[in-house]
Design a protein around this ligand. Structure first.
Ligand code: NAD
Length: 702
């Protein structure tokens, strides 16, 4: 074996040469790797004793992708496109020996090889779309030459991975088998020595159908991008895959090189890359002693078989964790479990779940009306009515009956977790676990740290959240934690816009144009207006328009009217003229002048105060990081992923501009002191800084 550099070496096994890359942890395709590979390939290509070349990686995976830290920096040659082309055109047949996950640039290296051999558990994929990018290293050009443009488009736009078996079926892999990629690669290479071969970029037959008639491709592209209006990357991917059959190979590659530069520099990809790191960072808990271990969660219990309880139970069952659901009466329990069954049945009907998987999951969910059934679980999640007395009664009982070491948690939306913990003998084992509806789908869990919650309990709640496929974010204990506390500011400003003459539809359309999947008023109608009304009455914080609507008995979709009107069973509302009359009446009574707002003005009015509350949340240490707030909003509240989250967005807008607008809002609404810019926001704006810089500085200080 001889070294090319500290990451790449060459070895010879008879007439087979092996390029072996070792760049832990995941063999990212940084400059040294690319340079070493090209040199190794040239050496083997020039060796007359070598008749085929295997490309393989040491460690746990074939190249897992490009080196993300190089993004946005000037290209260092050989760039990925060039490196792959040099391997492809080296004059000898090449075999990619794939284990682990060959993703993005890693899969592109494999596509540049003449053949692909995969061990059984290996996977390949082009996940660039998740970072707002495209596979510009030849992925969108070579893959269509193996599996056709339509199958390529599906993979590029979903970012989905292919198993080795599926890759073989589609024609991506030439051989699957074994566990040792190098042995498999060498064995396969021996079978192709001396045979004629064609580089992938020169294979044209899979493109013929689309070249003759692109209607099927166009129809698929329209379908797959139907919900991607305003997003750069999906459209760039469509164009790039289309270029595979409309442009000569080299021309398409040159165009991809330009497109990827534009995407990398654009704010959408920056936002997506920000979230990629933010979601990983959210798992780290500052100040947590290194020796803290999460307890094992092998079984779970959920108290309350309602909307949330059912969804939470499904999340456990989906992760292979047996779960007991407890409700007060058999009737309530049956209703809850029937809803779970119906939910699964819908998935089976849609084809997203097999009947066998449904049966398996249902078998993991058991029901009980006796709370004692929860006592043996490793983790209990309480999801009963949002009522302090009911919750305290439950925890007083659970605290006494649960086995020592059981983690007790509440799914409360806004109650004081310390007040709940007061009834417990072991408050250190108690934590908030705030899920989002529908809980079997939504990724976010706010892990709410009480004053006495132990580090071990936090670690367990975080680990359990991840185990059931969620993205847990730690929040401090305050009214509404991170997400609902900021949401309350948005709701307040939506109410003010209504009072001043913006219609529900105008507000909702502005939010949708910004990228939210639904507007705030359509969401309110869907969730039921009575819940908020009840809370406002309890707190003595009236919303004149919303309250007047509720006083009419219009609670949204369930009553056929709310901010919109709903025909029987309809989910899409039509404008409700009675609301316009009500607004006129309330505004007249309160002497509120009617104005016109454009989309930008509405967005500023509803989202700048939300950002301001985010700044207060940081000042108070309720969130550890600005990026945690972004993770909360993107995964729990429909903030568009390509918009990066509220704090990222605020940095993009510029904090000085936000402060200036907030000062104006505070001046026109002096009765609401929360509109005044938070001290942190003002300080950062004054120094020309950003939330991102503030976060970096704090991380450096430890
Ligand atoms: P729900 O009314 O749909 O369900 C509550 C269930 O708890 C009912 O089945 C009820 O019979 C049961 N229950 C009541 N008292 C009980 C007791 N003593 N023992 C056992 N079961 C009991 O309510 P939900 O919407 O599922 O909300 C539950 C909790 O989740 C609340 O704290 C709520 O604030 C919170 N939450 C709700 C949402 C949401 O969007 N619905 C989102 C996040 C958090």
């Amino acid at each position: 074996m001889s070294s090319i550099n500290d990451k790449v070496s060459v070895r010879r096994d008879g007439e087979i040469g092996v390029i072996l890359v070792d760049n832990p942890p995941v063999n990212a395709l940084g400059h040294a790797v690319r340079d070493g590979m090209v040199k190794a390939c040239a050496e083997l290509a020039a060796d007359p004793a070598i008749h085929a070349i295997v490309v393989a990686c040491a460690g746990r995976t074939f190249f897992a992708g490009a080196d993300i830290t190089e993004f946005g920096k000037p290209r260092q040659e050989p760039w990925l496109q060039e490196a792959i082309e040099r391997i492809e055109q080296c004059g000898k047949p090449t075999v990619a020996a794939i284990h682990g996950t060959a993703l993005g640039g890693g899969f592109e290296v494999a596509l540049g090889c003449t053949y692909r051999v995969m061990v059984e558990r290996a996977q390949v994929g082009l996940p660039e779309i998740h970072l707002g990018l495209l596979a510009a290293g030849g992925g969108t050009k070579r893959l269509p030459r193996l599996i056709g443009p339509e199958a390529t488009l599906k993979l590029c736009l979903s970012g989905e991975r292919l198993s080795a078996a599926r890759a073989l079926e589609l024609g991506v892999a030439d051989h699957v088998g074994g566990e040792d990629p190098i042995a498999a690669g060498i064995a396969f290479a021996r079978t192709i020595v001396g045979k004629p071969f064609v580089p992938v970029s020169e294979r044209e037959d899979k493109l013929a159908a689309a070249r003759a008639d692109s209607a099927a491709f166009d129809a698929l592209a329209a379908k797959l991008t139907a919900r991607a209006a305003g997003q750069a990357a999906p459209h760039a991917n469509v164009e790039s895959v289309r270029d595979s059959f409309t442009l000569p190979f080299a021309e398409g590659m040159a165009k991809d090189a330009r497109t990827i530069d534009a995407l990398i520099a654009g704010s959408q990809s920056r936002a997506l890359r920000h979230l990629f790191f933010a979601e990983r960072e959210a798992a780290r808990i500052p100040g947590q002693p290194a020796d803290v271990q999460a307890r094992r969660v092998r079984t779970a219990a959920v108290i309350g078989a309602g909307t949330m309880g059912g969804g939470i139970a499904m999340s456990f069952a989906g992760a292979g964790i047996p779960v007991t659901v407890v409700d007060t009466t058999q009737e309530a329990l049956d209703r809850g479990l029937d809803r779970v069954r119906a939910n699964y049945a819908t998935s089976v009907k849609r084809g997203s779940m097999t009947q066998a998987a449904m049966d398996e999951r249902l078998a993991r969910i058991s029901g009980a009306t006796d709370r004692a059934a929860a006592a043996a679980a490793d983790l209990v999640v309480e999801a009963v009515f949002e009522d302090m007395d009911v919750k305290r009664e439950i925890f007083a009982d659970l605290g006494a009956s649960a086995a020592p070491g059981t983690i007790l948690s509440s799914n409360t939306s806004a109650l004081d977790v310390d007040a709940i913990a007061e009834v417990l003998e072991r408050p250190e084992d108690f934590v908030g676990m705030h899920f989002f509806a529908p809980a079997n789908v939504m990724k976010l869990v706010e892990v709410v740290r009480g004053a006495r919650t132990s580090a071990e309990t936090i670690a367990t709640a975080m680990a359990a959240g991840r185990a059931i496929g969620k993205i847990p974010v730690v929040a401090g204990n305050c009214d509404g934690f991170i997400g609902n506390r900021m949401l309350a500011r948005r709701s307040q400003e939506v109410e003010r816009l209504l009072q001043r003459g913006a219609t529900p539809r105008q507000i909702d359309e502005a939010a949708k144009a910004f990228g939210f999947p639904m507007g705030p008023l359509a969401i309110a109608d869907m969730s039921g207006l009575d819940v908020g009304w009840f809370i406002r009455k309890r707190r003595g914080t009236p919303f004149p328009i919303a309250d007047a609507i509720c006083e009419k008995g219009w609670f949204g979709q369930k009553t056929g009217a709310g901010y919109y009107r709903y025909e029987a069973g309809a989910r899409e509302g039509t404008d409700n003229p009675d609301v316009a009359a009500l607004v006129a009446e309330v505004a007249g009574r309160l002497g509120i002048a009617q104005q016109r707002f454009d989309n930008d003005a509405m967005i500023e009015r509803i989202l700048f105060p939300l950002v301001n509350e985010g700044a207060r949340i940081l000042e108070e240490g309720i969130a550890y990081r600005a990026s945690d707030i972004d993770v909360v909003w993107v995964n729990g509240y429909g903030w568009p992923r390509h918009g990066g989250g509220p704090m990222f967005w605020a940095d993009e807008v510029g904090l000085a501009a936000i402060v200036a607008r907030l000062d104006a809002f505070a001046a026109d609404t002096p009765e609401d002191p929360s509109l005044r810019p938070a001290a942190l926001l003002r300080t950062l704006a004054a120094s020309g800084s950003s939330f991102a810089e503030w976060q970096q500085d704090r991380a450096k200080q430890g």
